[in-house]
Each structure stands twice: as C-alpha cells, then as structure tokens.
Design a protein around this ligand. Structure first.
Ligand SMILES: Cc1ncc(COP(=O)(O)O)c(C=O)c1O
Length: 400
C-alpha cells in the first residue's frame, strides 16, 4: 500500500551480516557490539563517554536519577517544556523529581528561555530542555540561567541527533544528554537510548544505574565482557561477588547486541542521513512557502542547523483550517501524520494530578490542538514530496 511514513527502517547488508553473526554466537545481551556502539556514538559527539540503554525514556530517567539519591530527595524539581513527548515528563517522575513546566515559544516549539527564571524555586535542581523535532533550543540563554542559578542542564536530544547550535552538536552543552533510537527517530535501533557526557564520574553512575545499581561501574564488568578479573580491580571480600553487589537503587536498562549492531551502520552514515533529511526539509519549505499564511514552516533560525526528525506543520491562528480536516485528507491520500504532541500538564489526563488549569500554557496548548507532523526521512523521494505538496494544495483549494 502506498504510504509516505513519518519514520523509516532501512537495514543495510553490513548490519544483516552482523546480526546473523550475533544470532550464531548465542550472545544476545550487552557485549562487544554495545561497547562499539557506545564508542562510536561518543566519538560522533566528541564526548568522552556514551552509555547505551534500553530506551530514550530510560536515558532521560537515568540522566536525571544520578543527580540525587532517589530514596530521599522527594522535593527535588526539574524544569521541563510543557510541550514535549510525554516520556520527558514521565522520566522526571521515574527519577524521583517533581516536573515543573514552562511554556514554549510558538515560533520554535522549544522551551521559552524568558520564562524559565520565574519557574525556578528553592528545590529546583536541573533544567531539561528538549530539542523538539530536531531544532536546537536556545542553549546560550539556558546555559547562562543555569550558571547563575547553579543548576544542572540535562538535554533531551531524543529527536535531534546531529543538530547544531552555533556549530556545536546538541547534547554537548549540558552535563548530560539523553538520546532515543526509537523507530521513528533519526538513528534507530528498534528500541534504544543513550546518555552522553564528558564527565567520567557521571558516565560511571549511568553504567551503574542501567545495571540495577551495581557497585562496580567499570565498562567491561557492566557489559559482562571482562574475564574473571575486573579491569578496575574492584575488590570485595571473598564472600561477595561483584556481579551481585549493589550500592544504589538502579534500573534494568541495558541495550542488547542486536540493537547495537542495527545502530552501528547508521552512526557511520549519520551525516549523510541528516543531509538527505535536510534536503527534504528545504524542499518542503520552498514549496509550502505559498501557503505561509495558513501554516508556520520549519526553518533554521540564525546560528542553528536543524536535524529534522519530521516536518511539523502548525496551522496559524486566524486561518480557517481545522487540523482534523487536513489530517484526515492527508491520511486518506496515504500521507502519514501525527499530532504535534500536547501540553503535558494541561492536555494529558495522566498529569491531571498536578491540578494545573487549561490556559496556563497557551502556546503549548495551541500547538497541542493545531499542530501535526509528517515525514522528511532519508527514504522519502522527491516525487513523494511533490505528491505531499500537491495534496496540500488540493486541500487548500477546497477549504482555504
Ligand atoms: C522528546 C522525547 N523524549 C523522550 C522520548 C522517549 O524515547 P523512547 O521512545 O526511546 O523511550 C521520545 C520518544 O519519542 C521523545 O520524542
């Protein structure tokens, strides 16, 4: 069936061979391929470490959890954008934080830095900006606020592999950053995530937390690729086994060998993948320009290079278009769409317990009811994009 999808999975020959070798080896749980994936992902970002985990949600959770002792720090707060995929907020709760939401900027869909300071209180420990749809947040302003207020910055870069802010890759501004390799994302391992950092102590904590809180945090032991002797010479008395000795409450969140092998080839091709996605992004921006009175386009702002997860379309205020009508029309014509997330605190029933009232996050709420996104991935061809533009044109002629 003809369908222009939001995400793509394209497994190359090298990957197929690697996966077969893993299946033949009977070694599925994390091992040498996970180690290689981590090394490559860290090298791509120029960070000293990457720690691979099961999902992007776990990457966010573990990056936050290591900032405090989850058994006692019940009042700690983290600042998040109101508009994001629900996983960012869920991760804050899983890590023992109270989420404090800040509205987004309508033009960028990202956290509005001008509104962060008023949300900071005595219990604030961190700011977690989300680079939504692959557009970098305004990191200069966010880093300045964090420095003045002595807060950690943990980036949720789940949707923004390889995006640049003033020439620097997102994920390398804060103390830690979380990435997702879910199927609809720029790099996919099926399910998967990673944390990157330049701080070896934080990387060690991440390794421990993904493995139930193990006391020995060395790379080889946590990935079970050491021989009988720990390379860090982590010693316990003879009645204790370092594989079963835990110093904190952790999570069970290891990446497996098949997932790592699927990701390896994509990291090698990541710049090429981003280039193709950006070409598709440019195509849509050029051809949808004539409809700018109806929709907000998705363009780089000064100093940023978007690495597009997808193409978000926001119906402008004052336009007569209804999201439901256009989404139905596109879907009927084989163009997959997804809603542009929502205001987590006021539009998601799961967050009703916070008692926040609709109207408190006007930009996130507007985007939550008027935004949707379509695909721009590397396997979408120019003729498909022509079809997308023609379909939108047809819709506007009918309704506009
Ligand atoms: C912004 C953001 N954060 C976190 C996640 C969670 O990633 P995962 O689905 O790999 O758990 C996603 C997933 O789509 C996301 O878009």
């Amino acid at each position: 069936m003809f369908r222009i999808t939001v995400g793509t999975v394209n497994i190359g020959e090298v990957t197929k061979k690697r996966v077969m070798a893993i299946l033949d080896s009977n070694r599925l749980s994390s091992g040498k391929y996970v180690e290689e994936f981590e090394d490559k992902f860290a090298r791509y970002h120029g960070t000293s470490s990457a720690v691979a985990v099961s999902t992007g949600t776990d990457a966010c959770t573990i990056a936050l959890a290591m900032l405090h002792d989850i058994t006692s720090a019940r009042d700690d707060e983290v600042i998040l954008p109101a508009l994001t995929f629900v996983a960012t907020a869920n991760a804050a709760l899983h890590a023992g934080f109270r989420p404090v939401f800040v509205d987004v900027d309508r033009d960028t869909y990202n956290i509005n830095p001008e509104k962060i300071e008023e949300a900071i209180g005595a219990n604030t420990r961190a700011i977690m900006p989300v680079h939504l749809f692959g557009r970098p947040c305004e990191m200069d302003k966010i880093m300045d606020i964090a420095a003045v207020k002595n807060l950690r910055v943990i980036e949720d870069a789940s949707e923004a592999h390889g995006a640049l802010y003033h020439g620097k890759k997102v994920g390398t501004f804060g103390s830690l950053a979380a990435f997702s390799f879910y199927v609809a994302h720029i790099v996919t391992t099926g399910e998967g995530g990673a944390i990157i950092t330049n701080d070896e102590e934080l990387a060690a904590s991440a390794r421990s937390l993904r493995a139930h809180g193990r006391a020995c945090k060395c790379k080889k032991c946590v990935l079970n690729i050491s021989s009988s002797r720990c390379p860090l010479r982590f010693e316990l008395d003879e009645n204790k086994d370092r594989r079963f000795f835990f110093e904190r409450i952790g999570y069970s969140s290891k990446m497996n060998e098949v997932e790592a092998a699927i990701g390896l080839e994509q990291i090698d091709k990541l710049d090429e993948i981003i280039e193709k996605r950006r070409k598709n992004l440019d195509f849509l921006n050029t051809h949808l320009k004539e409809f700018e009175e109806y929709f907000q386009l998705f363009k780089d702002k000064e100093g940023e290079v978007i690495s597009p997860l997808a193409y978000p379309v926001l119906i402008r205020r004052g336009s007569k278009l209804q999201r439901k009508d256009i989404v139905d029309f596109l879907e009927k014509n084989g163009i997959e769409t997804r809603p542009m997330f929502s205001s987590i605190p006021t539009q998601q029933p799961a967050y009703k317990y916070l008692g926040l009232k609709p109207g408190q996050f006007p930009e996130a709420e507007y985007i939550g009811t008027h935004g949707f996104y379509i695909g721009v991935h590397q396997d979408i061809k120019e003729e498909d994009l022509y079809f997308v533009v023609e379909t939108i044109k047809k819709f506007i002629k009918k309704k506009g």
